[in-house]
Design a protein around this ligand. Sequence first.
Ligand SMILES: C[S@@+](CC[C@H](N)C(=O)[O-])C[C@H]1O[C@@H](n2cnc3c(N)ncnc32)[C@H](O)[C@@H]1O
Length: 364
Amino acid sequence: MNPLETLIRERITAGGPMPVSEFMALALGHPKYGYYNKGDPFGVDGDFTTSPEISQVFGELIGLWAAVTWQQMGSPEKTILIECGPGRGTLMKDALRAAANVPIFAETIDIHLVETSETLRACQAKTLSAHRATWHNTIETIPEGPSIFIANEFFDALPIRQFQKELGGWSERCIVLFDGALSFESHLLTEEPFGLPRYTNVGDVYEICPMALTFVDQIAARLLQQPGAALIIDYGYERAMPGDSLQAVRHHTFTDPLTDPGNSDLTAHVNFGALAGIATHAGCTVFGPVRQATFLRALGILERTQTLLGNALPNQAGHIHAATQRLIDPLGMGSLFKVMTISHPGAASPAGFEKHPEKKGLQE
Ligand SMILES: C[S@@+](CC[C@H](N)C(=O)[O-])C[C@H]1O[C@@H](n2cnc3c(N)ncnc32)[C@H](O)[C@@H]1O
């Protein structure tokens, strides 16, 4: 049995059923045994692949998006460029290379990375060795000023709570020890948790991600005070939907979330509607979500790919073409992943959302 599972068992024995959110936080973020602190999980030899690891074009387009957003913000003298959960640092590296096409922007940005994993911080420092960056555990310590946030596959890694509708009210899904094994069990709550839908069917499971709501609340508070925008890209749904979306992936294959905790990636679908609700309630303007394919096409992914193909060696062309297709595949990442922007109140429509002024439902 791995040391993290031993620790989880001890906590359940001492403290009783463990909510899914606590299990997820330990499995992903335990300082020594947590998944993100143990090694580099990305790429073919790892457990999963993200968009910036598939194609350099992804980060490049986001770098240009940030430069255009900076112009829409009135080209402030200093801008704070923040990435939440930068992984290997690949997206930021590609984004900065493309942003260099707008020299005043590139020369006046201050790079801040929100990352809790020491292992990945070291990896990001290596990838971004040509740049000066500052690391943070939370958004709260980032200096004030006009800001552009980027978060790709960050929110899906934050711990969720799962609630199940019972005849007698709501129960919370927890992890218990049953027949000597970690197992899911629902426990009836005495008080109804805030934020769950009123009309539901018995047996339905709903998820809430308190940490995601807090992050967006903090981002919105900053964007109210200063010009800026936050680009959120993730897989998820537009409004609260019943369903258990907790999933574990190891070596690119789905696995049991409770088996060998700390050694597989745990994620859950992002409720974009809940994030938009927090930002709108705070007074910010929300654009999207739109499908990733729609966003990347609007930013010129096909044109950029053609340019790359024009300069590629024959043995590289197939890979470049396939990578772009994967990002915009209507049956895969192109529609599974959604893109949303939270902006300073009254901001102009950001690049990639031109036909989508304000949230009116998912559009092609
Ligand atoms: C799935 S990876 C995404 C990586 C990267 N954005 C990409 O697209 O390749 C999730 C990232 O979020 C970081 N992370 C997870 N939970 C976090 C938290 N609570 N605070 C800050 N970073 C966190 C992980 O360490 C990792 O860098």
